[in-house]
Design a protein around this ligand. Structure first.
Ligand code: AMP
Ligand code: ZN
Length: 491
């Protein structure tokens, strides 16, 4: 495969030229969501990042098998396994069957993925659908001497592993350092060593999710599912494994250890980690209470949002940051993205109407190469977007008759824009409804501006008139020190 794609490999901490193990085939595994709650905007960022990678590899001509799992059992609430299973805990809380919890949040996840125009993966395996494979892997690790059984649970033996291999290579953490950061285990812990992690957990009498195993009834540990399912569908060594940065430890580190223990070598050639979406500099996370959900962003119905944004504006916003940089969410930043997205779409719609000239005042070939180089440089979407805006200026100048383009160049430009904007970064034109809701938002902004000006001019009759007429249409406006909010009340 002729290409020049470089990816930042977390394992070697450098950009490396991407070479597929069996070109043109590429195996890509990405950790999917734990479906015990709705995916938030932060999770969505990570899935968009790997969607762009999937799209770009396909664009380069690779045949990609993209596996993204659904974690529907085994994700424990704390780092060192003393907690409870998230799905089971949520089932109790909502008084639902665990599989109802799984179904409910999987449906939302799929809806969000579609709204953001993420392509579906080739395989979407569930942890509960691969219990047999996971049990087989535990047996292999036990046979190799890197795990021990106690009270119907099986733990990975980190100290035994450390005698032959490194644990911490991927995340850069070492066990001593970890120990200092960990509170003392109370005497009740059955593990031999604090960093040991569960491969299989014995199910207590009240535990709902349980399966028979050689060690009694229980359920698999969280890290195990990704090792078992990636091996099953992509082989013992595969090309790329992705996930959010926060999964490096303990999740991915433990995956490496499990695979190495079971097969004698690490599983992955390129480890890719996506950086976090933050709010006021803090990671967006459900437990910190600063997360909001994609549908709240689309409707604007959330206290921190001044209005709603279409899914494509949100996607464009995400693409303006490099995936390895943190991205801070703010109303201002997303408003700027809305303008940028609109400018881009307007220019693309203009391309087909451009009038060709006999000569060209712009080198489209060089422009195309620049776009490729940006993506080849570890998927640098912000640089790509800055090039695309150079192209937007060219399109607009040509439309105004200020810059000539040949017919051939116009066709080429159209092709490049379609490839990079629609196929690679995965934007799409907004639907008529989305377009109209954006129009409503802009009109409301305009009306509220008129009212603000009326008030500033002490023309209270006019400002009250605007408020009352809007109320007639069930649009309720509310003034606060931060500005004016409005709401359309449907009942
Ligand atoms: P989880 O369902 O918690 O396993 O998370 C699903 C994916 O979202 C993982 O790859 C996480 O690393 C990622 N993730 C979680 N929080 C954020 C965030 N604030 N920004 C970006 N990605 C995140
Ligand atoms: Zn995983």
């Amino acid at each position: 495969m002729q290409h020049n794609l470089y990816l930042y490999n977390s394992l070697t901490r450098q950009k490396e030229k991407f070479e597929a193990i069996s070109s043109p085939f590429v195996g890509l595994y990405v950790c999917g969501p734990t479906v015990y709650s709705n995916v938030h905007l932060g999770n969505s960022r990570t899935f968009m990042t790997f969607d762009v990678l999937f799209r770009y590899l396909k664009y380069l001509g690779y045949k990609v098998r993209y596996v993204r799992n659904i974690t529907d059992v085994g994700h424990i609430t704390t780092e060192f396994d003393e907690g409870v299973d998230r799905i089971g805990a949520q089932a109790k809380l909502e008084m639902l069957e665990p599989m109802e919890v799984v179904q409910k949040y999987t449906v939302y996840f799929h809806w969000v993925m579609e709204m953001f125009n993420n392509l579906p993966p080739s395989i979407e395996p569930t942890a509960t659908g691969h219990i047999i494979e996971q049990i087989e892997m535990v047996k292999k690790i036990l046979d190799a001497g890197f795990a021990y059984e106690i009270n119907g649970s099986v733990y990975f033996d980190v100290r035994a592993y450390l005698e032959k291999h490194k644990y911490g290579e991927l995340s850069g953490r070492n066990v001593e350092e970890l120990f200092e950061n960990t509170r003392d285990l109370d005497g009740q812990d059955e593990k031999k060593f604090f960093a040991d992690f569960a491969l299989w957990k014995n199910a207590s009498a009240e535990h709902i999710m349980r399966w028979p195993s050689p060690w009694g009834e229980g359920f698999p540990g969280w890290h195990l599912e990704c090792s078992a399912m990636s091996t099953k569908y992509l082989g013992e060594v595969f090309d790329i494994h992705g996930g959010g940065m926060d999964l490096k430890f303990p999740h991915h580190e433990s995956e490496v250890a499990q695979n190495t223990a079971a097969c004698g070598h690490g599983p992955v050639r390129y480890w890719l980690h996506a950086n976090m979406l933050t709010v006021n500099g803090q990671k967006m996370s459900k437990s910190l209470g600063n997360s909001f959900l994609p549908h709240e962003l689309f409707s604007g119905d959330h206290p921190v949002l001044t209005k709603g944004y279409s899914p494509m504006v949100v996607r464009f916003f995400m693409m303006q940051a490099h995936y390895r940089s943190p991205l801070d969410f703010s109303n201002e930043a997303i408003q700027a993205a809305a303008k940028g997205y609109k400018r881009l779409m307007t220019a693309i719609a203009l391309i087909d109407q451009l009038k060709p000239s006999a000569t060209s005042g712009f080198d489209v070939k060089e422009f195309t190469e620049k776009c490729h180089s940006a993506m080849d440089d570890d998927l640098n979407t912000p640089i790509l977007i800055s090039h695309l805006f150079d192209g937007v200026r060219v399109i607009n100048s040509c439309a105004e008759g200020k810059l000539p383009l040949t017919e051939n160049d116009i066709n080429l430009l159209s092709k490049v824009f379609h490839s990079f904007v629609f196929d690679i970064i995965g934007l799409r034109k907004e639907t008529a409804t989305e377009d109209q809701s954006q129009l409503v938002l802009s009109l409301m902004e305009f009306i509220l501006k008129l009212r603000r000006e009326a008030k500033e001019n002490k023309d209270y009759a006019a400002s009250d008139k605007i408020r009352n007429e809007l109320a007639e249409m069930n649009i309720i406006i509310k003034d606060s020190k931060d500005g004016t909010d409005w709401k359309y009340e449907t009942n």
